[in-house]
Design a protein around this ligand. Structure first.
Ligand code: ADP
Ligand code: MG
Length: 708
């Protein structure tokens, strides 16, 4: 009953099914047929008419109706952009940009990178021949830095606008300014069913068009009480659905917040299923179970998303997909009948009052919960298991997610707008203006790291920083390193910081993995530890096998290597010297401090730290190399703050308090210096941030003048 995998040699039928499932060859006719079945197909001529008649419009449709994959093709086929200009389509997510480009290339029978291509940060798969270009919204913004009028585009589709990503909001504002100068440019905004009217209003009552579609009844099942551990609860629910329903009744989609809990869920489901099945059969491991296949989707390694996720499995086999909120609207997987929604998502949150950025697991909004449950009932009625009580929906959830622009650090954006020559930032047309406080603290931050002068104008350092597609503090440490003779090394560090986790830590071999990691530890710094990993990998001829041996993600390292090449080109183009520090790495730590002095903590106990600027208690992440030191250092800077039950500083480096004074004089004062001699000064110096408010008020005053 439980779909036990027979020995293949004795069961030729099973072999045949397996062989088939591995490559389902879609014929052109199949593809054409599936295109015609989409709701957008029925609306095709109306859509094209609308596009011909208008410069700007908003197109709304249920997720999966064909907005992303079809619109650009319709425009292309109809020759609306015939002057050799590109059709651009922006996505808030890299994974979506790649996956959709692949799909559209397949549908158009084109090779990826030829007629249909994509571009994401550090990766450009387009060519002279490209007619349809999918890209992240961030790429379009950077292209505007080179050509303000976006001359090469004849038509731009701003997809997934309802997501309200920071970059999409800025792109929309930029296009609003551009439309009158580029009368020939067509702009199409597409949105899932929420929030659409707002876009129309923003563009002076642009026409709204809704793609007709049908929806099916949803069944919602709530938890009776809040769950203790949502991973555990999701796993139990999944296993229960899998064993108690017909395998062919439909696939299961589980929402998780990110790579970590996705991997944990993945492992736990395998374990639980093996356990359950072993009770009634000869099955002992998950690999023996042949009626299920589990997939994961998260944005860490965008190139990794398997096409097989979208294919239907042969009858008798169920698909379980564990995904981040990317599967809410950006990617549609057909065949989902059961959705498991823990009610959380990871969000970037910025507290402008204290200038603190963090990645936080937050409750989702009602609109997102609705979207999630919609995934179950796209093609037939489906069931959603909400791992929270019904009262949560009314009492604890916002109606909509707060747009990113209102909850995130804007330093990047402000730098970009300043580089675009928009000095008076408050004048920029925002759909929803960010809070003034956020602006001020971003201006302050840029001032603090030297990108802006006290009157809010870009400095030459700021101009140099804007040439890199990096957050300002990373650009800064690269530039400072070049002046201090260690840019070779910093280039590696910055590249390593731009990729997902390089250390591989499988659940069943965690100890082994941790021991192996220690081999790379540079005691005073996680940044230098990353440098060490990369250098050793290089010494081992960038070997894949070497990575496997030492529990390193080869793909992450490979990606770091590609990014390094890209950044190296930008450095060469801007005549930024590439110099090596040789064996002495302490200057590198000092240069890192030059960009991160505002993200600093002071030791307050045996292994506790207090955030110097905010007074918040934080801890070093358990995986930090600094635990390898005898005593933990008195002062550290960190790359990222992760807020879970505990506040963790991730990727930290020990710094000398005098460096903090050098690069953070605006924030910090040395309050007490006793016995200043070389061997003891670190423990005897006390850096405090007591003078912060006055200085900030003073500055706020000046900054307000320059943006008012
Ligand atoms: P929308 O943008 O309106 O949400 P899409 O254009 O993304 O809709 O999806 C239309 C259809 O194309 C869906 O049925 C979806 O499953 C399918 N699809 C999208 N991407 C892929 C892919 N990479 N492989 C196979 N099918 C895909
Ligand atoms: Mg879409």
């Amino acid at each position: 009953v439980l779909g036990i995998k027979e020995d293949k040699t004795e069961n030729p039928i099973a072999v045949e099914i397996d062989a088939k499932s591995d490559k389902i060859e879609l014929t052109r006719a199949d593809i054409e047929l599936s295109r015609r079945k989409l709701p957008s197909y029925a609306a095709k001529s109306a859509l094209l008419q609308l596009i011909r008649d208008n410069q700007i419009m908003v197109i709304i449709g249920e997720t999966g109706s064909g907005k992303t994959t079809q619109l650009a093709q319709y425009i292309y086929e109809a020759g609306i952009c015939a002057g050799g200009q590109l059709i651009g389509c922006t996505q808030p997510r890299r994974v979506a940009a790649i996956s959709v480009a692949k799909r559209v290339a397949l549908e158009m029978d084109a090779e990826l990178g030829q007629e249909v291509g994509y571009a994401i940060r550090f990766e450009d798969e387009t060519s002279e021949k490209t007619k349809i270009k999918f890209m992240t919204d961030g790429i379009l913004l950077r292209e505007a830095l080179l050509d303000e009028t976006l001359e090469k585009y004849g038509c731009i589709v701003i997809d997934e606008a309802h997501e309200r990503s920071l970059n999409t909001d800025i792109v929309l504002g930029m296009l609003k300014r551009l439309l009158s100068r580029r009368r020939d440019l067509k702009v199409i905004i597409t949105s899932a069913t929420m929030n659409a009217a707002k876009f129309s209003k923003f563009f002076g009552s642009a026409p709204l068009f809704t793609i007709p579609g049908r929806t099916y009844p949803k069944k919602l099942i709530y938890s009776k009480s809040p769950v203790e551990d949502y991973v555990e609860a999701a796993v139990m629910q999944t296993v229960s659905i899998h064993v108690s329903t017909e395998i062919d009744s439909g696939d299961i989609l589980i929402f998780m917040t990110g790579q970590e809990d996705i991997e944990a869920t993945f492992d736990a489901i395998k374990e639980r299923l093996a356990e359950v099945y072993s009770r009634n059969s000869s099955i002992s491991t998950f690999n023996d179970i042949d009626n299920v296949e589990i997939f994961t989707i998260y944005s860490a390694l965008p190139g990794d998303i398997q096409n097989r996720i979208f294919e239907s499995l042969p009858s008798g086999k169920r698909k379980i997909v564990i995904a981040t909120n990317i599967a809410e609207t950006s990617l549609t997987i057909d065949g989902i009948r059961y959705v498991i929604d823990p009610g959380y998502a990871k969000m970037k949150i910025y507290n402008s009052r204290i200038g603190l950025d963090s990645l936080t697991v937050c409750p989702i909004a009602r609109a997102n919960a609705d979207q999630r449950s919609g995934r179950a009932s796209r093609t037939s009625p489906g069931t959603t298991y909400r791992l929270y009580p019904e009262s949560t929906v009314e009492e604890d959830m916002f109606a909509q997610t707060i747009p990113e622009i209102q909850r995130t650090n804007l330093s990047n954006t402000v730098l970009l707008l300043k580089t675009l020559g928009i000095d008076d930032i408050m004048e920029f047309p925002f759909i929803d203006a960010p809070p003034l406080q956020t602006f001020l603290s971003s201006l302050y931050e840029l001032f603090f790291i030297g990108a802006l002068d006290a009157s809010g104008k870009l400095t030459s350092l700021g101009v140099a920083m804007s040439r890199f597609p990096l957050q300002p503090s990373l650009s800064k440490i690269l530039l400072i390193a070049s002046q201090n003779g260690c840019s070779e090394e910093m280039l590696t560090i910055v590249s390593m910081l731009s990729v997902p986790q390089v250390f591989y830590r499988p659940k069943e071999r965690m100890r082994e993995s941790d021991l192996s990691r220690r081999r790379f530890f540079v005691a005073e710094s996680d940044h230098l530890t990353l440098l060490n990993v990369y250098s050793q990998w290089k010494c081992n001829k960038y070997s894949h096998r070497w990575c496997n041996k030492y529990f390193l993600h080869y793909k992450s390292l490979q990606r770091a290597r590609e990014i390094r090449e890209q950044l190296k080109k930008i450095m060469a183009k801007n005549r930024i010297k590439l110099v090596s520090a040789g064996p002495d790495w302490s200057i590198i730590r000092k240069c890192i401090c030059s960009g991160f002095a505002q993200q600093c903590a002071k030791r307050s106990g045996l292994s506790k730290y207090v955030h110097l600027k905010t007074g918040m208690d934080i801890q070093l992440h358990p995986t930090s190399a600094l635990y390898g030191m005898g005593d933990l250092p008195s002062y550290i800077i960190y790359h990222e703050l992760l807020m879970t039950k505990t506040e963790y500083a991730c990727c930290v480096t020990a710094v000398d308090p005098f460096w903090l004074m050098e690069y953070g004089a605006l924030l910090y004062d040395i309050k007490r210096v006793a016995y200043v001699n070389d061997s003891q000064r670190i423990t005897q110096v006390d850096v405090q941030s007591g003078n912060l408010p006055q200085k900030e008020d003073e500055l706020e005053h000046r900054l307000k003048r320059c943006i008012a």
